[in-house]
Design a protein around this ligand. Sequence first.
Ligand SMILES: *Cc1c(COP(=O)(O)O)cnc(C)c1O
Length: 837
Amino acid sequence: MLLSAIFQALHLSVPEPVHDIDIQEIIIDTRKIVNATYAIFIALNGNNRAGHQYLENAYNKGIRHFIVAQPVDSDLYPDAVFLYVANTLDALQQIGRANRLKYDYPVIGITGSNGKTIVKEWLYELLSQCAPYNQNAGPVRSPKSYNSQIGIPLSLWLMQSENSIGIFEAGISQPGEMAKAEAMMRPDIGIITNIGDAHSEGFDNKAQKINEKLLLFTHAKLLIYGIDNPDLQAGVQALNEARIAQGTQPLDLFTWSYREEATLRILDTTVAGPYTHIHALYQGQDIHLAIPYTDKAYIENAIHCWCTLLHLGIAAEQIASLMTRLHPVAMRLQLVEGINNCTLINDSYNSDYTSLQIALDFLNQQKQHGKKTIILSDILQIKKNHEQFYQKVAALINQKGIDRLIGIGKNMRQHQEAFAAFPQIEQVFFDNTEAFLQNFSTSDFTNETILLKGARDFEFEKIEAILEEKKHTTVMEVDLSAMHSNLKVYQKMLRPGVKLMAMVKAFSYGTGSYEIASLLQYAGVDYLTVAYLDEGIALRKSGITLPIMVMSPELGSYEQMISWKIEPEIFSLQSLENFIKIAQQKDSSAYPIHIKLDTGMHRLGFNEEELPLLISILNSTHHIEVKSIFSHLAGSDEASFDSFTQLQAERYTRMSDQLLAALPYQPIRHLCNTSAISRFPDLQFDMVRLGIGLYGVDANKATQDQLQNVGILKTTIAQIRTLKAGETVGYSRRGTLYQDSTVATVSIGYADGYFRDFGNGKGGMMIHGMFAPTLGSICMDMCMLDITGIPDVKVGDAVTVFGPDLPVSRLAGWADTIPYEIMTSVSQRVKRIYTNE
Ligand SMILES: *Cc1c(COP(=O)(O)O)cnc(C)c1O
């Protein structure tokens, strides 16, 4: 959009003379600047980040166009253009709306409690393969799940004249937001996926929530929805009655139902292997399709896509053939260990400019040492202006600091000139995947992070297969976006100015090390804490620059600690004196240390009586400086200990006040761990220490409900047998069968961290969404499950040990322990795989 058009969209007069340029990117995060010359920075005031504080940073990175809501000293930014507005979020929304209104191709708006992103991604995938929507640049859609008040305008901004149809999602968390979404998006076709209980916080009741969601379709012509939900049905009827009363055209309805007459009447669904076959009646015809899913929610998502494609006039046979191939794990970036100490990011499911950008950002959040390589196929979506397009891709790859490009496909090869403009990028091109594989040698890939980004036709899974380290059957999947979302839940709870220290001790509660720390560093936490020095050094070696505190600094490791800029927790006079000695030897000045006070936990820390001596030592040296003063609560998660928590807080306040009064500088104060953050907001002081909450567990129910599951421990079935009643299973003949049974042996045992205590039916796992109890004792590397009555189970099928449908807290209950122990017990031999939306 031209700069002058942006002035107009914001109702600002265009200054004379203006150097009008084509603004191609909106930047709200200075870490994501690609081509600063053609970008505009909007200073949004987020929850924990005031955009106005980043003006200088943006300017230094080359940005010259800014939208701000606070006065700026323009002398500091000599050649910059500032657009002053009352509210920068409103401005972003006005720009999104102005861009959307430029185009008259159809826009599909999707809302609902669940399934929005999947329906959107599937429609994108399906319509990209159907005429006439596959013409030119094809459909345009919201990236990832950009459906918020910020995400929607950023999505609409991506619309261009070359697109054929827009597919966007809208989410709401409180009343009033949907009217704004509607004003920006103006969908022609609406889809409402379903109404669950998610995000109900801001609403009085379900009807209010439904009515709010339906506001997205105020100007739509058609609505697609399932009528089996009576509340939704009532809401839509009321909406149309209101339209008729106002003299406006009622919404056309494309309905579907399992139970009654509807535009698409579902006659039956049957599961066969991994597929669900769905028969339906549409315009008097029997139609049918099969999708590679059996889960109820996915079937509903598929039906919404089916309705949409039918409405758009795509032939039923073509829909059926496309939908059998719906991609199993949409929109996930997978991070796995590769050969020769490489890290592999697999994103070979869609190929377009926006998803390339997202994948490159993800790559840059990873381990910072070693080379960055991308294996990139032709981007098939582009139908014209290839040269210009590949120049843009080349500039992006260069901006993101890629060291090596392996281009695969005729188109890439034909436009390799575009990449030659960046000779510092090592580059090689192949006609197709086969040609690459013939030339492949494992020694070409060592110590690097490799992004695999290709259109599906290029079958990059063949490349993945040779680059991936041998697969173990038991893996822990760690969902980095869920963790980021959990972090945001706590960031929102912090009082203004309160810092956040993230606890990444014990291999980040079992989930990983640098992968987690990189995410946290990227997400803006202030401090990291490890238990032992070697964990800290490992983080430094992988490029973590955040301050790191170590809680159990061993005597004799101080020197190394200082070389790696890692800061000790000091809890006794002896450790203080020893540390000062080393700091002096290393000629350190004001080296940061952290003072731990014992206020009732009675584990580590200074007593009140020791404070006078502590103060005199601290004040007698310039080699160290107290960076923070803290203490740990013994029972912040239990209401029965609340008065003890208050007592600890009083002691902490008194003791830390004494230190603050005696020190000539201001250390940071912190007391709260996870459960205290929401239960005792008054005790947040200057910083909080967030541990288990990041990983998805909080003792406070209201907080727990907002958290997402982070880790999924999965294994597979090695063998299945049927046994007669009276047989026994496992060591010491512990598992007696009282009926004829089907028994599955799965590849996880106590050496993997699956407690022996879970045996003999005390515990169990999920197979195909159903619970299968353990049979007999848990063995070292395996155990047996009773799968009698669970249909269609095969050798090789995935089994969930813990995950969203079987929370860690449930396993903890079986063994009478706490989630912390279950999580940190998963052994190091279990491979961690990282996923990101
Ligand atoms: C582990 C730990 C925390 C974090 O506790 P959570 O309950 O996991 O939030 C905080 N402070 C100290 C001193 C710890 O050892």
